[in-house]
Design a protein around this ligand. Sequence first.
Ligand code: F6P
Length: 501
Amino acid sequence: MTTPNSGETYDFVVVANRLPVDSVTQPDGSVGWRMSPGGLVAALEPLMKASDGAWVGWPGAPDVELAPFEHEGIRMVPIALNAGEIENYYEGFSNDTLWPLYHDVIAQPSYHREWWETYVDVNRRFADATARIADIGATVWVHDYQLQLVPGMLREARPDLTIGFFNHIPFPAYGIFSQLPWRQQIISGLLGADVIGFQRVADAGNFARAVRRLFGYETKGTRIWVPVGDSSDADTGTRSHVRGAPVRRVVARAFPISIDATSYIELAKDPAIQARARQIREELGNPKTIMLGVDRLDYTKGIGHRLKAFGELLADGRLTVDDVTLVQVASPSRERVASYMQLRDEIELTVGRINGDYGSIGHTAINYLHQGYPREEMVALYLAADIMLVTALRDGMNLVAKEYVATRADLGGVLVLSEFAGASDDLRQALLINPHDIEGVKDAIMQAIEMPQSEGRRRMRALRKRVIENDVVKWSRVFLDELQNSTTVHPVSHEHPDART
Ligand code: F6P
């Protein structure tokens, strides 16, 4: 067992690929930090400040060797990655192997042994740093697909810790997951956690199935019984649970993530942001209908399908650029990964063609913005948009859908939402679509445009209730309560699982 450092130890440690801060160059040339505005930070910040918390993560640039530092009351513990590690661990194994595999092979995953080796090394570095700073009996919460080996490594080094893991992206069906040459090591790594959280019930079910198929461990509902001493390192072949052998109970279940709804509601009330929303409408030529898409430029988001549907509606004459415009924000993402470069070329070619074919001097069909924007500008766009298009082919949750709903206290706007986004489990009052069914997407767009105001308001009221009642603070509380229960109520036991049900 690794012993924590004598001085600097923390009761609550969050471990994520990125630190929740961005570096900023001050006017005097010095470099400072600014909290990045993600929902995870908003949910965990109060908790971390109150509970002596630390955040372990990568500062987001190559070769940044930094000593731990304090920012806005949170201890930041930076993990340095060199250029080769970024290439193999982040761009390679995380975003060109796991990302396409976990999103149902929308793009072809690449399998390279050297990427895997670097993934193991980098996960080890995160685990070692965490093991050094976690206090005896501390709670550690590991996040996402980049760090799936960390729970197992930590369990081995520090059996005293309570370990949670949350997967922010989908977990695929076994028929897809089983492609992964390192499938056993990944499952074994995840089983080091006491609680494994997923976005959707189906993701948790896929995980339990993979556990049964690869290891033969007993699962029942959300519970999995892992033989003690068997969870940290995978070897080949399945194993059966031996009756009477000591087992550790792991919980694997859905905890659908949400947004910091209050901050979006507050921003939407800001008169300056409301004025900016009016200005956006004017700058777009006051069209009858503004449609909006907001995504990272990622092949999982179905941007091409959305453009195809809009292009066909213009071609069919069901819509004209005099009446309708589409604003598509596509923020730059993972730009050194080949599939992302190819996607950018395809999308920009399509946008150019549609604008060329259907635009007029005064009216552009698609306002395409390959840029990232601050939250304030995003809220102004949400307020300006009559229709929000979320057409993801596969998406763990899709927080943009929830952000749009949170800002529309005026009950205006219609959400068109892909049934392949986790958000559709909760947001049933949206116009739900199958993005592969282009005719269906076109019909949903027309239905949104023609929707009577009373129906739009009724739907938006119901959607807002869901988002406001289930915000990210509740999400983290529910997860951490489950984590607490998992270790206090069900310690390691020699009983057969059936005896306890
Ligand atoms: O959805 C998964 C996720 O890793 C998010 O946590 C993150 O905001 C997004 O993808 C972008 O990821 P990256 O760190 O690769 O820019």
